[in-house]
Design a protein around this ligand. Structure first.
Ligand code: SAM
Length: 289
């Protein structure tokens, strides 16, 4: 859930830039390969640098103890994709400021919230203190989860980590490893169909400009060509293969529809596009053995 620019002081006739782009010296974007080490380094620095802007823009929408799955504002309170969480050990992967983890804790779950970015976890720690809901926070890469095998009953993620990891099969194997047999892994990502359109909430975002089958990552770069942000694309089939390869069976793929009452855009997510095609896919899966 990333979108372009908020630097009001650009003053050079160019479109405004996000603070993160300014801090990291981003000069443009390319489509090229990016491995795990490069993706982790770039995205860790990006989310550190973007944490303030992200929470100014989306903090109210996300809340401090609320579980919103996606820009279509589907709430766990209504969707119940995780089932009864009371007394369950839950891992949130890519938690950001961890509003979902606090919501789950308030409903009786024992939650651990993990994120790559110290900047995002600072917001999580501040919100823990403000709410008095003290969720344990762990800084780690989702590709290497620092937990013992079969520690959790449920793992969940609302746009955290999955779009940013280079090794999707390895990440799913890690999640499956830390889940107990029969445990659930439920995660929301940008719907794969969105890859064929430009990241534009308006009419220009309705034109097909890319191939669905092109998995080449989207990479923002600085003047030396170093990655400052990396996002990886997978087709629906790629997700299915990575999940089944990790021993995770798909129970559902939820494609939330844009609700009539919602007028708030989130980057490329808008009522215009939401009325025509899905923006989010939520995979509901279970460890089979
Ligand atoms: C779009 S934010 C979503 C955060 C939160 N779930 C929300 O809805 O606001 C993506 C989060 O994924 C985290 N992230 C990116 N790559 C990661 C990785 N490899 N391992 C763990 N977290 C990662 C980022 O630091 C960021 O906090």
């Amino acid at each position: 859930m990333v979108e372009a620019g908020t630097d009001e002081n650009a003053g050079d006739g160019q479109p405004p830039r996000r603070t993160a782009e300014r801090l990291l010296g981003t000069v443009g974007s390319e489509r090229r390969t990016a491995g795990s080490a490069e993706s982790v380094a770039a995205n860790s620095a990006w989310w550190d640098a973007d944490a303030d802007d992200y929470h100014v823009e989306h903090g109210e929408f996300l809340g401090v103890s609320d579980f919103v799955w996606c820009p279509e504002a589907l709430r766990e309170e209504d969707a119940r994709l995780l089932g009864d969480v009371t007394g369950r050990d839950v891992l949130e992967v890519g938690c950001g400021s961890a509003p979902c983890a606090r919501w789950l804790t308030a409903r009786g779950a024992r939650v651990t919230a993990l994120d790559l970015s110290a900047g995002m976890l600072r917001y999580a720690a501040a919100a823990n203190e403000a709410t008095g809901i003290d969720v344990p926070l762990v800084r780690a890469n989702a590709e290497r989860l620092p937990f013992a095998t079969e520690t959790f009953d449920i793992a969940c993620s609302a746009f955290g980590a999955v779009p940013f990891v280079a090794d999707l099969p390895g990440t799913f194997r890690e999640v499956a490893r830390v889940l107990r047999p029969g445990g659930s892994w439920v995660f929301a990502v940008t719907h794969p169909i969105r890859w064929i359109f430009p990241d534009d909430p308006g009419p220009d975002g309705l034109r097909v400009t890319g191939s669905y089958f092109d998995r080449t990552p989207y990479v923002e770069v600085d003047a030396d060509g170093n990655a400052t942000y990396v996002e990886h694309h997978r087709t629906l089939g790629d997700f299915v293969r990575a999940l089944s390869g990790a021993g995770l069976a798909i129970a559902d793929i939820v494609e939330p529809e844009w609700p009539d009452w919602l007028t708030e855009e989130w980057g490329q997510w808008s009522p215009l596009r939401g009325a025509l095609f899905p923006g989010t896919a939520i995979f509901v899966t279970r460890r089979t053995a």
